[in-house]
Write a protein that binds this ligand. Sequence first.
Ligand code: MD3
Ligand code: FE
Length: 227
Amino acid sequence: MAPPVERVSVELMPGLILHPGWLDGPARTRLAADLAAGFSVAPPYRPRMPRTGRPFSVTMTNCGPLGWVSDIAGYRYQAHHPETGAPWPAIPELALRAWDDLSGYPAPPEAALVNLYAADARMGLHQDRDEATLDAPVLSLSLGASALFRYGGTSRSDPTRSVRLHAGDALVMGGAARLVHHGIDRILPRPPDLLGAGEAMPAFLPPDGRCNLTLRRVTRPEPSPTA
Ligand code: MD3
Ligand code: FE
């Protein structure tokens, strides 16, 4: 019998909860396979900054009824891939289960944004506020290489702290943390592993790359019949 999985959680600030190793090795492998299957329908593409058209250093795709996209015209959620026009694939089952277990939100997520980082990619400090449902948390799942995640406050000039995100970690951003500024400063080199058995890297990632999936509720849910 495999030993039971240790399940701890750390409140980094009110509303920002880290669940280290939420997905075990087999779950990470399954999630990566489900994502890879989706990429054949919705290939990762390189978004551009609104106005300037500057390309992102990450590539992106989405799963779910809606996907977050960015191009010269602005940021928005839309139902189709911006390059192929195809509807986004379904959100992987394991990701939906993590949302049920961790979000505390009564309606399912509508968008799962997939960010793919090469070893030299980063994501500048920003807020996520393109959703009409700021009462719903955002849930992040990490695969592949570890990263240095930075988070601050609701003001851009608030002091920041950093924490490492590792493969399998789940991070929930809700309540007072929903509108904090955050970003990825850098992808961390793989630690030299004395046993030669480092993290199994999803085949779709570039060498020492990282994948992050963020689940989001975008539209206000219909009131439930019992409410
Ligand atoms: C805190 N992604 O996609 S995940 C993003 O690792 C994004 O790819 C980063 O920021 C990544 O928008 C960070 C952690 C995260 C995601 C959303 C948040 C933290 C958040 C929303 C509000 C507050
Ligand atoms: Fe974000």
